[in-house]
Design a protein. Structure first.
Length: 588
């Protein structure tokens, strides 16, 4: 997993220029898309110049650079800004701080855009900080009236009447931050906690008058929509009446109580803000960016963002991407590890291993593929990819075998031309050579290729049938002749042994032996000459026969070509005739 990008400063995510359309900033989307970690999204809302940016900088633990603070009425941030940082306490999570400073900015005529920004902050955050000055009073609560309009601003399910329960499913945790609070935490003389203070402000009144109904309606909505809520009361950060340039003031110069509450506030957020979930699925940066795009698309088309539809569309987009990424991961790994040609057993082992990697990638990137529709698509894509590798491997194996065999055959052909095998046992030797070659090159190095190699060898034998037959025949003939010679030599020696001349006195005998030896040597030489002549004759005849056969073969091939061509023409003509013809025009 890649690490969380380090952002030196916040970036604008959604621009509210006051025109009809809110503009998503591609730079922010790109940053989000690169974050693979789950996001904890904390959004701060409400009026400008209530110290939101100052507080968010404390949350980001940044002293110098951060959300810019404005001490003038003119607000700098127009729209929603975001700042992504590694979570300070939970490794592996990314904390996204969202500052929506321009809500109800006096310069912005378009109230509708502000409402959308408020709705988006609620939709996108896992914790919402509602910032107010001084006290929780009717005015501050009135500003939360937008919550009562949420049914107009956000749809949970497609085309259904929605209940508070539906809204509660995605509502963020709610933190009320009261700033510049200088009252005592007492209600009717009794000390209360900060939460007790908030709950008191949200209490319902008894009565049935219209004003009481309105009073209660808002509170009921807030209580219903934010079942999980908490309150922090912050004293003034510095003693001066008009705290300007707070960002330049060091921590030890701030009021001690303020520093303490700030710490408590930050710890609470670090501990309790959960990763953002929609319909039970945790959002990482990429999913968050897609969802945000979908919501803005809804707004631009004049509809309230519908959570269910956005999630379905997001799932389609994300799962298609997940399939693509998984197939790519499979192919990259196969290309890297497979060296063509290889034994099909090994290839299938690689396939199984890389297929597992692909499923892992898919599981990491897919989103709510409950019907396993995309997983099935991945399965069939991987199968067809494997088929391609398999047939590529088969082809390369054939090429590899043919290449090797061609080299041997070239060698054999040369030897055949030099009549190296035209001797007794020549055929056997040739055959043995081919066999040894196959064993050495294929069986021991690549046993799977042996079958293919044997096929190619058979093809060679068919092609060279004539030569092989001649070599075989010559082997037989010469072996016969050799036997004949051996027989004749044995006969001569036998005759010598029985000749009485050999038994005469030594001298005479020696002379006679000498004489006979000469005669026999001559006889043997004569027989050998005869045999050599015979061998030359057979070789010559065979050579002529071979030439004749080769010529015949060429002739046959040519004739077959002609016949085949003739047949092809007939076939073409029959095909043409068999083609359905255009109906004739009928004149009425
Ligand atoms: N009185 C008071 N002023 C604050 C506090 N926090 C920030 N400020 C000042 O209020 C001005 C606006 O602050 P800023 O954080 O930009 O407010 P934002 O518009 O809500 O983001 C700046 O001059 C800050 O120095 C606070 O807690 N109390
Ligand atoms: Mg601000």
């Amino acid at each position: 997993m890649s690490s969380i990008p380090i952002l030196e400063a916040p970036v604008c995510m959604l621009e509210n220029s006051g025109e009809a359309k809110l503009r998503l900033h591609p730079e922010a989307l790109e940053i989000l898309q690169s974050i693979e970690q789950p996001l904890v999204v904390v959004a701060v809302v409400r009026l400008y110049r209530t110290g939101k940016s100052f507080l968010m900088n404390k949350l980001a633990k940044k002293k110098n650079r951060g959300f810019s603070l404005r001490s003038t009425v003119q607000s700098h941030t127009k729209g929603i800004w975001m700042w992504c940082i590694p979570h300070p306490c939970k490794p592996g999570l990314c904390l996204v701080i969202i500052d929506t400073e321009s809500l109800e900015d006096v310069e912005k005529g378009d109230q509708k855009n502000d409402q959308w920004l408020f709705a988006l902050s609620i939709l996108m955050s896992s914790m919402l900080i509602y910032n107010s000055m001084k006290i929780i009073d009717q005015n501050a609560l009135f500003d939360l009236h937008l919550v009562t309009k949420l049914t107009d601003l956000i749809k949970v399910q497609k085309g259904q009447e929605e209940t508070g329960e539906d809204y509660r499913k995605f509502s963020p945790k709610f933190v009320w931050a009261v700033r510049g609070f200088d009252l005592e935490l007492k209600i009717k003389g009794r000390k209360v906690t900060e939460d007790g203070f908030l709950e008191f402000a949200l209490q319902l009144k008894k009565g049935k008058s219209e004003s009481i109904k309105n009073y209660n309606f808002q509170r009921e909505w807030i209580r219903d929509f934010f079942p999980c809520r908490i309150c922090f009361t912050f004293p003034r950060p510095i003693d001066n009446k008009n705290p300007k340039d707070l960002d330049k003031i060091l921590d030890h110069e701030l009021v001690k109580d303020f520093v303490e509450v700030s710490k408590k506030f930050c710890s609470y957020i670090y501990d309790y803000a959960k990763p953002k979930c929609v319909q039970g699925a945790v959002l990482n940066g990429r999913l968050f960016a897609t969802l945000l795009e979908k919501f803005v698309e809804f707004i631009h088309s004049g509809q309230a963002p519908c959570l269910e539809s956005a999630v379905t569309q997001m799932a389609q987009i994300e799962n298609s991407k997940a399939v693509e990424e998984a197939v790519q991961c499979y192919q990259e790994s196969m290309e890297k590890l497979v060296k063509f040609p290889m034994e099909s057993d090994k290839l299938s082992k690689h396939h199984r291993c890389d297929e597992e990697k692909a499923y892992d990638t898919f599981r990491k990137c897919s989103f709510m593929d409950e019907q396993q529709e995309f997983q099935q698509k991945l399965q069939s894509d991987l199968e067809s990819s494997y088929k391609q590798y398999h047939s590529k491997n088969k082809h390369e194996l054939e090429v590899f075998c043919s290449d090797r065999l061609r080299k041997v055959f070239q060698f054999v052909e040369k030897k055949v031309e030099q009549n190296a095998y035209q001797r007794p046992g020549g055929f056997k030797q040739l055959f043995l050579y081919l066999k040894c070659f196959l064993l050495e090159n294929f069986y021991f190095k690549c046993p799977r290729a042996m079958i293919l190699a044997s096929n190619v060898l058979s093809e060679f034998q068919v092609k060279k049938e004539t030569e092989m037959k001649i070599i075989l025949q010559m082997d037989k003939d010469l072996t016969e002749k050799e036997k004949e010679i051996t027989g004749k030599c044995a006969e001569v020696q036998h005759t010598q042994a029985r000749d009485p001349a050999y038994k005469k006195p030594e001298k005479e005998k020696a002379a006679r032996v000498e004489q006979r030896n000469q005669a026999q040597e001559e006889q043997v030489l004569q027989i050998q000459k005869q045999l050599e002549d015979e061998r030359m004759r057979i070789m010559h005849e065979n050579k002529l026969l071979l030439e004749q056969k080769l010529q015949d073969q060429q002739q046959y091939l040519k004739e077959f070509d002609d016949i085949a061509q003739g047949m092809q023409e007939e076939i073409d003509s029959l095909r043409f005739q068999a083609k359905p013809s255009e109906p004739d025009c009928v004149l009425l």
